[in-house]
Write a protein that binds this ligand. Structure first.
Ligand code: PMP
Length: 353
């Protein structure tokens, strides 16, 4: 830390993103990226837009907003496009939490929530999950906080049905409930249709996982017109050109080719089922995943050791040190070939012991 760093941030512990090593070619199963390239239409549109980079991007994001509104059956003023969904989540912390309205989220969930609260100097309440990592809906009723729920949750992969989320939204009519649906396209139900019924619901999603565009940084939020207006106030006060023109164009291409994206999701779900059944044969147990990753542990090998041994053999998975989950690894679902290599490698690691 330099002697000039603001006191406000002196104790800030930043979010740790998954490793992106360059020193060797790993099979990367650690950051929930798609193993498939983005849609050709996305690539073509981005290349076309690159020719006009001398101009600022459209701060209103009109063309992409129109395409998104059609795809999600909402109005254009019920959507805000952002620089990854991390950006809209940060905007939501800024817009909807304060000293009187703390944030609330689960103890085991997306690690960025507490960082967003800290950087914005907001109070937050941590709500423990059940022993099996499920959410107890009753813990979230009428709690006077802005609630953040990843659904499906990360890193557990477990999804709540929409009827359960609706109970939470209904049970907090004077507070915002943010449902982070980063992984919804891999088998969970989306709450987007509920935004017409509840003015306190914000749903966020991303192009990073199901649309193979993690590197483009494109996310979005859907909610009532007034909520989106509040979030726009934050956006125009921080970065009006938050989406670059290439990403905006790629988003339009991608959403016009969403069958391609959704077919890839289907393949990933098939590969997930394959991986789950093979890992069970090797003695692993897993939470029930509705995402493009699994959360797995085995009594035969400790989580950290498996992570290290896989890394030595060229396979990266994600291991968290937090005590309650340190025996687990979060493994992104890749191609069938990658998953076969993973299974074979785990089998040989177990055999060597
Ligand atoms: N929510 C959850 C639960 C995530 O796991 C991630 C990915 N790290 C994000 C949001 C943010 O993803 P992005 O900014 O790439 O849209």
């Amino acid at each position: 830390m330099s002697r000039f760093f603001s006191n406000k941030y002196a104790s800030l512990v930043p979010y740790t993103p998954g490793e992106q090593p360059k020193e060797m070619q790993y099979i990367k199963l650690n950051t929930n990226e798609s193993p498939f390239p983005p849609s050709k239409k996305a690539q073509e549109k981005a290349a076309e837009a690159a020719k006009k980079l001398q101009l600022y991007s459209d701060p209103e994001c009109r063309a992409l907003n129109a395409a998104m509104a059609e795809r999600f059956c909402v109005n254009t003023d019920e959507i805000l496009m952002t620089n990854g969904s991390d950006e809209i989540l940060n905007f939501a912390f800024m817009a909807f939490c304060d000293d009187k309205t703390p944030a609330a989220f689960a103890d085991i969930t997306y690690g960025f929530y507490s960082v967003f609260a800290e950087i914005n100097r907001l109070p937050y309440r941590i709500i423990p999950l059940n022993k099996d990592f499920s959410i107890n809906v009753d813990d979230y009723i009428g709690i006077g906080c802005t609630i953040f729920i990843a659904n499906p949750n990360a890193p557990t992969g477990i999804a709540l049905p929409v009827t359960e989320i609706e109970k939470i939204v209904k049970g907090n009519p004077d507070n915002i409930v943010v449902v982070d649906e980063a992984y919804v396209d891999f088998g969970a139900e989306s709450c987007v249709p509920l935004i017409k019924k509840y003015d306190n619901l914000l749903v966020t999603q991303t192009f990073s996982k199901s649309r193979s565009m993690a590197g483009a940084r494109l996310g979005f939020g859907i909610g009532s017109r007034d909520l989106i207006a509040d979030l726009n106030t934050i956006k125009y006060s921080t970065n009006p050109y938050n989406i670059n023109s290439m990403t905006m164009a790629a988003g339009i291409g991608s959403i016009s080719d969403d069958d391609y994206n959704m077919n890839n999701c289907k393949t990933i779900v098939e590969n997930r089922e394959y991986t789950v059944s093979e890992l069970k044969k090797l003695g692993f147990s897993m939470t029930e995943s509705s995402t493009n990753f699994i959360f797995a542990k085995s009594d035969r090998i400790e989580g950290g050791e498996l992570y290290r041994k896989l890394k030595e053999r060229g396979i990266l998975v994600r291991h968290f040190d937090k005590a309650a989950i340190s025996n687990y690894n979060r493994i992104t679902i890749g191609t069938r070939e990658q998953m076969q290599t993973l299974i074979d490698t785990i089998a040989s690691i177990l055999e060597e012991r």
